[in-house]
Design a protein around this ligand. Structure first.
Ligand SMILES: Cc1cc2nc3c(=O)[nH]c(=O)nc-3n(C[C@H](O)[C@H](O)[C@H](O)COP(=O)(O)OP(=O)(O)OC[C@H]3O[C@@H](n4cnc5c(N)ncnc54)[C@H](O)[C@@H]3O)c2cc1C
Length: 407
C-alpha cells in the first residue's frame, strides 16, 4: 500500500467488518455503542501502525455523525445498521477547492425539482471518496448561512463521478479525492434535517467527530514516532555509547515523551467529557491543535535523532513525518483552531455543539445506564457556571468581527 500508493478497498472493508465504523452507533441500530473515548483508542491504535488506515476509519466514523445527529428515524433505520455491520462506508463532503476552510464560500448547489433535488458542482479532499458508499454532501440551496443543506448521496447515483486520485505526500492507501456532481438527482427523502441545516451538519460533524478523530490519528502517529525514536537511540551507537546516552539526544527524547503525554491527556480528556455529555467544544478544538502541533514537533525531533538514517524508506520515520503533515488541514487547520479558541476566550463563540447535541453526542453507556463511575451529569446550573468559567465576559473589550463560515 505504501509503495503502490493505491487505495486498499479490501483492507478498508475488512476493518469496517470489525464494527469499528459503528463504534458510536447505538446498539439499537446494531452498533457497538461504546462512545468517543473507545473510538479515540481504536483510531489511535490503528494509526500507530498505519496512519492511512487510521485516516480511513476516522473518515467514515465522521460520516456517521450527520446521520446520528440529523437523520430522521427512517434514515437511521436504513443506514446505521448497514454502517455498523461494515457493509456501508459513509463520508462527509464539505470542502471545495476554491473555498477550503471557508465553508460558506462553497458554490456547489442543489435545486428542487419535483419530488427530488438536482445537485451540481464538486467536492474535494473528501476522505474515502473512492471507497465510500454513501456521501454526506453539503451544498447551497439558497443564499447566506441559512442557505446550505445536507444530502445523502449513494455512490452509484447517475450524475455522480469521482476524479482520478492525485498522488499525495503521505497517508498512502487513504484516498481523499474529488467528487463531481453533474445533474445528479437525489430524492427529497435523502435530505438530512431540513433545508438550511447544512451549516449545522457541517460544523457539528467537524467539532464532535472531525476534531477528535483527527486528534486520534495524530496521537497514533505521535506514539509510533516516539517508540521508533527511543528504540533507534538505544540501539544506534556512536563513540562507543548508545545515542540515548548523549545529553542532547536525551533532551529530545524527553521533549518527545512530554509532548506525547500532554497530547494524549488532552485527547482523552476531551472525548471523556463528550461521552459524559459535558459541554467540551473548546477541549475538542484544543486537543486537535495540541495533537497536530506536538506530533509535527516530535516528527522533527525524530528526524534529527535519526539523522541520515531517517531519510530512507526502510525505516518508518520519513513515512510518519509525511503522514503527520496530512493531519494539519482536515477539521480545521491550527490557525482555525486558534481562532475558535480565541472566540471562547472572548466570549464571542455562538454555539457549543457538544451542549446543543448532548442527547445524541454522549456515549450510549451514559445515556442509557447512567454513569458507570461516580459521576453526576452536569445540571443546567453547573453547565452555566462552567460556561461562565470558560467564557469570561470582557464587557470593556471591543470584540472584533468573527470570520463568518470558517471551518
Ligand atoms: C487528509 C485530509 C482529509 C480530509 N478529509 C475531508 C473530508 O472528509 N471531507 C471534507 O469535506 N474535507 C476534507 N478535507 C479538507 C479539509 O477540511 C480542508 O483541507 C480544510 O478545510 C482546509 O482547507 P484548505 O486545505 O483548502 O486550506 P485553506 O482554507 O485554503 O487555508 C490555507 C491557509 O490559510 C489559513 N487560513 C484559512 N482560513 C483562515 C482564517 N479564517 N484565519 C486565519 N488563517 C486562515 C490556513 O490555516 C492555511 O494556512 C481533508 C483534507 C485532508 C488533508
Amino acid at each position: 500500500m505504501e509503495a503502490s500508493r493505491s487505495v486498499d478497498n479490501d483492507l478498508s472493508r475488512l476493518i469496517a467488518r470489525h464494527g469499528w465504523i459503528g463504534i458510536t452507533i447505538g446498539k439499537e441500530f446494531g452498533g457497538l455503542g461504546l462512545g468517543h473515548l473507545a473510538k479515540t483508542i481504536v483510531i489511535e491504535e490503528i494509526s500507530r501502525v498505519s496512519g492511512a488506515m487510521g485516516a480511513m476509519v476516522q473518515a467514515s466514523q465522521l460520516g456517521v455523525a450527520k446521520i446520528l445527529h440529523f437523520g430522521n428515524e427512517s434514515q437511521k433505520r436504513k443506514w446505521l445498521p448497514a454502517i455498523a455491520k461494515g457493509e456501508c462506508l459513509p463520508t462527509i463532503a464539505v470542502t471545495e477547492r476554491q473555498s477550503g476552510s471557508h465553508v460558506l464560500g462553497m458554490a456547489s448547489n442543489a435545486e428542487r425539482d419535483g419530488d427530488g433535488y438536482i445537485l451540481n458542482g464538486h467536492k474535494t479532499y473528501v476522505g474515502n471518496s473512492h471507497v465510500g458508499d454513501l456521501h454526506g454532501v453539503i451544498v447551497r440551496t439558497g443564499g447566506g448561512s441559512k442557505g446550505l443543506s445536507a444530502f445523502l448521496v449513494e455512490a452509484d447515483r447517475p450524475g455522480l463521478s469521482r476524479a482520478a486520485l492525485k498522488p499525495a505526500m503521505g497517508l498512502h492507501g487513504f484516498g481523499f479525492g474529488q467528487l463531481v456532481f453533474d445533474n445528479c438527482r437525489v430524492p427529497a427523502e435523502n435530505l438530512l434535517g431540513k433545508e438550511g441545516d447544512g451549516l449545522a451538519v457541517a460544523y457539528s460533524s467537524s467539532i464532535l467527530y472531525g476534531r477528535p478523530n483527527l486528534t486520534a490519528v495524530a496521537l497514533g502517529i505521535h506514539h509510533a514516532l516516539v517508540d521508533e525514536t527511543v528504540a533507534f537511540a538505544a540501539q544506534q551507537h556512536r563513540y562507543g555509547s548508545p545515542l540515548c546516552e548523549f545529553p542532547t539526544i536525551k533532551q529530545k527524547l524527553g521533549q518527545m515523551q512530554s509532548r506525547l503525554m500532554t497530547a494524549r491527556l488532552a485527547a482523552y480528556h476531551a472525548v471523556h467529557m463528550l461521552d459524559r455529555a459535558v459541554p467540551c467544544d473548546p477541549e475538542l478544538i484544543n486537543a486537535k491543535l495540541i495533537n497536530v502541533e506536538y506530533a509535527l514537533d516530535s516528527a522533527r525531533n525524530a528526524m534529527e535523532v535519526h539523522a541520515a538514517c531517517g531519510l530512507f524508506a526502510d525505516r518508518p520515520i520519513e513515512r510518519l513525518l509525511r503522514d503527520a503533515h496530512h493531519i494539519f488541514a482536515p477539521a480545521g487547520t491550527s490557525d482555525v483552531q486558534l481562532l475558535r479558541l480565541a472566540e471562547f476566550a472572548l466570549g464571542t463563540s455562538k454555539t457549543q455543539w457538544s451542549q446543543r447535541l448532548a442527547s445524541s453526542a454522549g456515549s450510549q453507556a451514559y445515556r442509557h445506564h447512567g454513569c458507570p463511575v461516580s459521576y453526576q451529569p452536569a445540571s443546567p446550573d453547573a453547565a452555566t457556571q462552567r460556561q461562565a468559567r470558560i467564557r469570561p465576559t470582557f464587557s470593556s473589550i471591543a470584540v472584533p468581527p468573527t470570520l463568518p463560515g470558517a471551518m
